[in-house]
Design a protein around this ligand. Structure first.
Ligand code: ZN
Ligand code: ZN
Length: 116
């Protein structure tokens, strides 16, 4: 990347959206297998989920759904390689799933404790 002028790095959002090709990078973590997009969500920035809804604005959020449940200030410390572009529906569903699994794992931990 020697051709790039030594300017301030692009804002993270622009960078991530560029790297993702402007398309949601969810590969099924939201629970949808995205069969229509060969395993990857087909939602694109500026595209439409339905005719009546506003255009999609992709979100930049942690790639790992378990990091989606981190507090905002911890997410802010992640670097570009730990982030991905998400469409809002995938982001919300992946986050909800991660929270549920996290709670289930905690519950399991406590039942283990009870056994010993
Ligand atoms: Zn998506
Ligand atoms: Zn998805």
């Amino acid at each position: 990347m020697t051709s790039l002028p030594p300017v301030a790095p692009l804002p993270l959002w622009d960078l991530l959206i560029h790297l993702s090709g402007g398309r949601c990078q969810c590969i099924g973590r939201c629970g949808n297998k995205h069969a229509a997009g060969q395993g990857r969500c087909e939602h694109e920035n500026g595209g439409y989920i339905s005719k009546r809804a506003a255009p999609i604005r992709l979100l930049v959020a942690p790639k790992d759904p378990f990091e989606l449940i981190l507090p905002a200030h911890q997410q802010a410390r992640l670097s570009a390689c730990d982030l991905a572009a998400w469409c809002p529906p995938c982001h919300d569903k992946a986050r909800t799933r991660a929270m549920r699994e996290h709670r289930a794992a905690l519950a399991e931990l406590h039942t283990d404790d009870a056994l010993f």
